[in-house]
Design a protein around this ligand. Structure first.
Ligand code: ADP
Ligand code: MG
Length: 682
């Protein structure tokens, strides 16, 4: 016998072909669909006190009819019916539109319960729902569904009632007993009744709480089951590094690691050692020192005889990494190489050969590095820097190449914790949540665009001290020309303003990579004092002598990007400044500017960004990877999410999930969701 829940809605009374077709349009086909599509709000029909109800709010009152209905026809089938109602000591007017048939029903002296809009403290207009006499089995709350008007709410409600009556008893509890008990969650059947037809506000709240937890828990359960199965299916390498050597290397570094750096180095090293594949995200604010963590852990992998690769999003960044690492590794016996699009053919051929032979321990390059027919002898560990796309594609490429290295993704775009554990639940996350000591806060100011010249004169004072500055112009997507023009205009203005006193450089996406590199080199060597640039400099570039960051049209940028840009300064010991030149038109835009001035903390900004833009927009639609929840809200239900994650993890790790009778419902769920077959989530 098929489950009652899976029966088509046509098995319900009064549901004909036309209703079936209409509901099909909005994805409601079975009794299960009807029952598990929750109302998005409830109309509140509780009796209200007229004295306390604000103007224009919906109100339900009960009173005695005091006057004969007066009916006025206004032509075109329109009518206006009015009575007086006595509520306690208050006499109010009640106005019905286009319900002339009520005239004979409303009798002086009778009791009437009526709902409508409360108008200026004296009348109810557009009265709609009414009950003659004292309400007996009245519903205080009426569910409202998002059924796009395909059938009237009233009819749809009847359908729900019927569906609940018919099928309620065949709905079994999916949540384990101990969880229901621990959190005092409402049982499924009661919760379903209450979420549709609540008997009180408190009961509705409890029903919602139950489903919020259930949604988050099942989601986490799926993620963790998938992760476990993947680990079993994809054995990785176990990298037994030489602890003494690694310690010696850390001691040779020019500074002591921060506590947070030490912690993440430990987390990553532990992962390297275990035989399953590392799939880890390292997040740390701009300037928190991720590069050195990368260096240490790569070094560890190399001491175990593996090759490693470090991928950066741009050539400039790859080169900078190469320089930095070269310096750190100068007293070790590591052989490293840089491979980018600009590497000469001859050199490239030799490099590839050495890579294949295993003569190169560490390869640095752009993201294309793992794709350009590059073969390693024994690739054990891959790090990708400033990774916003979280390497779904790269993971696939690596897998297709038959390599199964540990993978670490580094990002300076902190992901709010809520999102990190949902969107990237299958990844482990390490977080560097402190900056090296001695860093000065970057002073941030928001000024009007018209102050541009004044601002740049002020920046000139900093330049006189031998410092450098960035001026960023936004990339205007619709028009590359305009984008360029913007930067060129600013460049010309500044050349005039500083007439020869300070060198101004120009950088934009249209320059060839050689040209870009040259400009960047000149800037980092101090030959250029002010660099006017589009957002090409956004990621990772390190010029500690640059202390001023002026962002033109700052309102065009999102918080995360502004924070990234700001992170280009404040890298040395001098006081740095970030000037936002912006005339935001929206409240949200103003708020962004204010938040930037208030905090330097990337995680706080990320949370704020999430709040302002919502989870869907946070990553950009395509890569959001976020599940759609019916009742749960990632931002507000964070506590429940944390609990759900902890519980799911525990259950997945226990043998009981796979064996015990108690967890049959969860196993069924996992089977149905495809998690047990190791389907990809990404
Ligand atoms: P990001 O995390 O943004 O990639 P970097 O790795 O570029 O940051 O580090 C920023 C700067 O901080 C670099 O100049 C780096 O050498 C320095 N740094 C990193 N760790 C420490 C530390 N523990 N103490 C002092 N300076 C550090
Ligand atoms: Mg970096």
């Amino acid at each position: 016998m098929t489950n009652l829940l899976d029966q088509p809605i046509s098995t319900l009374k009064g549901v004909g072909q036309s209703t079936t077709d209409k509901l099909h349009e909005i994805g409601i086909d079975t009794i299960r669909d009807v029952i598990f599509t929750f109302p998005y709000r409830h109309e509140d029909f509780r009796l209200k006190n007229i004295v306390e109800t604000p103007h224009n709010e919906r109100i339900t009152v009960e009173g005695r009819i005091e006057s004969e209905p007066s009916l006025l026809f206004m032509g075109n089938k329109k009518s206006r019916l009015q009575i007086h109602l006595l509520i306690g000591a208050h006499l109010i007017k009640v106005v019905f539109f286009n319900q002339a048939y009520l005239k004979s029903k409303l009798v002086v002296g009778d009791t009437l319960t009526v709902t409508g809009k409360w108008d200026r403290g004296r009348q109810i207009i557009n009265a709609s729902t009414y009950t003659l006499g004292v309400r007996q089995d009245a519903n205080d709350y009426e569910p409202v569904y998002s059924i796009k008007g395909v059938i009237p709410q009233k009819n749809y409600r009847k359908l729900i009632r019927q569906a609940l009556e018919v099928a309620s008893s065949s709905i079994s509890e999916i949540l384990p007993q101990n969880i229901l008990q621990d959190y005092q969650l409402m049982h499924i059947q009661e919760a379903l009744e209450e979420i549709h037809f609540p008997t009180s506000t408190a009961a509705l709240e409890q029903a919602r709480r139950r489903f919020i937890y259930e949604e988050l828990f099942l989601f986490q359960l799926k993620i963790h089951a998938l992760k476990k199965i993947r680990q079993q299916m994809e054995p990785g390498v176990s990298i037994s590094y030489d602890l003494e050597k690694v310690k010696a290397f850390i001691a040779s570094l020019p500074y002591e690691l921060t506590t947070a750096q030490k912690r993440v180095v430990n987390e990553i090293s532990k992962d390297l050692k275990t035989p399953h594949r590392m799939n880890r995200l390292l997040q740390g604010d701009v300037g928190s020192g991720k590069t050195v963590v990368a260096a240490i852990t790569m070094y560890a992998a190399i001491t175990a005889g593996y090759q490693t690769a470090l991928m950066a999003p741009t050539e400039i960044l790859a080169e900078q990494h190469a320089e930095t690492l070269h310096e750190w590794f100068k007293n070790t016996d590591i052989t490293m190489a840089l491979l980018t699009g600009s590497t000469k053919q001859k050199v490239r051929r030799v490099l590839l050969e050495q890579l294949k032979n295993g003569e190169i321990d560490l390869l640095i390059g752009t993201h294309a590095l793992i794709q350009q027919g590059v073969d390693f002898k024994r690739l054990g560990f891959v790090i990708t820097d400033e990774q916003h796309r979280f390497g779904v594609e790269q993971r696939r490429v690596l897998k297709d190449k038959g390599e199964n290295p540990d993978v670490l993704f580094m990002t300076a775009t902190p992901i709010p914790r809520t999102l990190a554990i949902t969107a990237f639940g299958e990844m482990d996350v390490s977080t560097i949540d402190e900056l090296p000591t001695g860093r000065k806060q970057i002073e941030t100011h928001w000024l009007k665009k018209e102050t541009f010249t004044k601002t740049m004169v002020r920046v000139g004072k900093e330049l006189e001290k031998g410092r450098q500055a960035y001026v960023i112009c936004p990339l205007i997507e619709e028009s590359e020309k305009l984008d360029l023009q913007n930067a060129v205009d600013v460049y010309n203005q500044l050349t005039q303003l500083y007439h020869g006193k300070f060198t101004v450089g120009l950088m934009h996406g249209r320059l060839s990579s050689d040209e870009k590199e040259q400009v960047m080199r000149d800037f980092s060597e101090g030959k250029i004092a002010v660099l006017v640039s589009t957002t090409v400099v956004e990621v990772g570039v390190n010029v500690p002598n640059a202390t001023s960051m002026v962002i033109y049209d700052a309102e065009r940028f999102g918080l995360s990007q502004l924070h990234q840009l700001r992170g280009r300064v404040g890298r040395g010991s001098e006081q740095s400044y970030c000037i936002l030149l912006a005339d935001p038109k929206t409240e949200e835009g103003k708020e962004r500017m204010m938040v930037m001035c208030e905090t330097n903390d990337g995680f706080k900004l990320a949370e704020k960004d999430l709040e302002l833009r919502g989870p869907g927009d946070f990553f950009g639609k395509k890569q959001s990877g976020l599940p759609e929840f019916q009742v749960a809200d990632l931002i507000h239900d964070y506590r429940a999410l944390q609990n759900a994650m902890k519980d799911a993890e525990q259950i997945v790790q226990s043998d009981a999930l796979w064996e015990s009778e108690e967890y049959q419902a969860l196993r069924d769920f996992l089977h149905q969701s495809g998690a047990l077959e190791g389907d990809r989530l990404d």
